[in-house]
Ligand binder design. Sequence first.
Ligand code: FAD
Length: 284
Amino acid sequence: MDTQRRYPQVCSCEFFPPHSEDGLQKLLVTSAELDALRPAFRSVTYGAGGSTRERTFVTVTALGGLGIDAAPHLTCVGSTRAGIAEILEEYRVQGVRRIVALRGDVPSGMRDIGDFRYANELIEFIRASTGEHFHLEIAAYPEYHPQSSRPERDLDNFARKVQAGANSAITQYFYNADAYFHFIDEIEARGVDIPVVPGIMPITNFTQLARFSDACGTEIPRWMRRQLEAYGEDRDAIRAFGLDVVTALCERLLAAGAPGLHFYTMNQSGPTLEIASRLGLLQA
Ligand code: FAD
């Protein structure tokens, strides 16, 4: 964890792009509520294969219009170089300076994966075509990417993205702090020293969390799963337990020198603000 202590601790928030104008207005209210956290940036996800291209752009533009450092996610799977170049130019013209650069998952039924196989190729392309204009965030997987054949390969592939020009990383969410500490030790051993900010998923709905976690390879520790299962439909109990557990996780990460927290807000301010308040991170 030594290299990570070098970086200031900052918070950031993630949103998904709403489907409607009404949804966008609600998101802007949520975003304003999160001002109390003083997020360094707010990122907006991108549907695999470009399915939310327009909505991500509109959301980033709306946030940017409010003076917010808004960072679009951009996935490359199923894309051509020309298509990615066009999107980069649109964002450059809008004044965007930060991108979360990802491979994405191949949507079922997609036959042509396009010009990019992995995120490191996207990062190389962005650096070759736009120089240092964009700050590039990448994805990190303390519990390893679900498709990785071996842990060492996943770590080497992470290092490859950094060598390609990534500036910092955000992790997949996790509930086991030791997985994060181990990941940092492993990348430090490979000479990687960019900030790797833990992704934090507040717990509000166990069924949804279990589904997400199965899909993305996050382990819900047995003691947590058993307790959450025992609460059944008692949403208040799940929420209270989730706040305690996630706050304790964040405390441990920050105390150990993690360079901040990236909140997966699910477009809700409440759980993120409650955790941040308990951590003493909110502006007075
Ligand atoms: P990569 O870094 O390319 O890795 C994918 C897999 O390929 C890994 O198993 C890796 O070990 C392997 N690999 C990498 N490079 C090589 C190589 N050169 N040779 C051989 N194997 C290699 N998905 C979305 O669709 N939209 C989003 O907005 C989105 N946002 C995300 C934000 C964060 C912070 C995180 C953690 C994930 C996000 N995802 C998103 C999910 C992500 O797209 C998937 O996890 C995807 O499967 C991998 O993307 P990646 O950029 O990590 O891929």
